[in-house]
Design a protein. Structure first.
Length: 249
């Protein structure tokens, strides 16, 4: 069974609520497409206005992070129920920027993945190596560990519905896109790892994105690879170019 592509924008810490509405209005006609899932993952304060602006379009709205507790004394955090209450369906978890600047670990990412599933939110779980790790030849080992710990106690049925984003850290925001071969190689290794943890059916169902300087120019070749089921797009998701990435065919 062919996997449906999923092309998501990660806005990171960009766009005030009013800027966000203007951007959605600009992108709405450009990202119209029946063949792929289109998700805008936006800052928490932009979620509600973006949902309103996206009404009636094919744009689904996701969050960029979420905490793993239900509620309580966690100043500054966003709970899963806060997200589902306004209709959020996806959440980016374990982005390398959260790991680097906010001390997220494979263990906290795993707690968040489990909590997202408890609330019916689809995790987009990120993984990816540093340039040092690539040069040391430990890319696949490092990513297998991220995947194996991130998926602890996740059932096969849950894993089948989730998304893994492979984002080599050295390719994020650098304009330095991984070669198609590099991206395909790691995405295939991630799928094989999922097959080892669960079974072949789960490996074939899970969707794996590539992220890291995806552009309108690089998207068609990347998304044509066997194990790449779409992209997680940073900078280019804030521009009309995102329409070309979504309609890459
Ligand atoms: P860029 O597309 O800006 O490199 O960002 C990638 C990314 O981190 C998406 O999550």
């Amino acid at each position: 069974m062919a996997r449906r592509k999923i092309i998501a924008g990660n806005w990171k810490m960009n766009k005030t609520p009013s800027e966000a509405v203007a951007l959605v209005n600009e992108l709405k006609p450009l990202v119209a497409c029946d063949d792929v899932d289109v998700v805008f993952c936006v800052p928490a304060i932009d979620i509600i206005p973006v949902m309103e602006a996206a009404k009636g379009s094919n744009i689904q709205v996701g969050a960029e992070n979420m905490y793993y507790e239900e509620s309580g004394a966690y100043t500054g955090e966003i709970s899963p129920a806060m997200l589902t209450d306004v209709g959020v369906k996806y959440v980016v978890l374990g982005h390398s920027e959260r790991r680097e600047y906010f001390a997220e670990t494979n263990e906290t990412v795993n707690k968040k993945v489990l909590k997202a599933f408890e609330h019916g939110i689809t995790p987009i779980m990120c993984c990816g190596e540093t340039l040092d790790q690539r040069e040391q030849g430990v890319t696949i080992d490092f990513i297998r560990q991220q995947i194996k710990v991130g998926l602890q106690n996740v059932t096969a049925d849950q894993a089948k519905t989730m998304v893994i984003a492979y984002e080599p850290i050295w390719a994020i925001g650098t304009g330095k896109v991984a070669t198609t071969e590099q991206a395909q190689e790691v995405c295939a290794a991630i799928r094989a790892c999922v097959g080892e943890i669960y079974d072949e059916a789960t490996a074939q169902a899970i969707r794996i994105q590539y992220g890291g300087s995806v552009s309108a120019a690089s998207a068609p070749e990347l998304f044509a690879q066997n194990d790449i089921d779409g992209g997680l797009v940073g900078g280019a998701a804030l521009k009309p170019d995102f329409g070309k990435i979504v309609n890459y065919k």
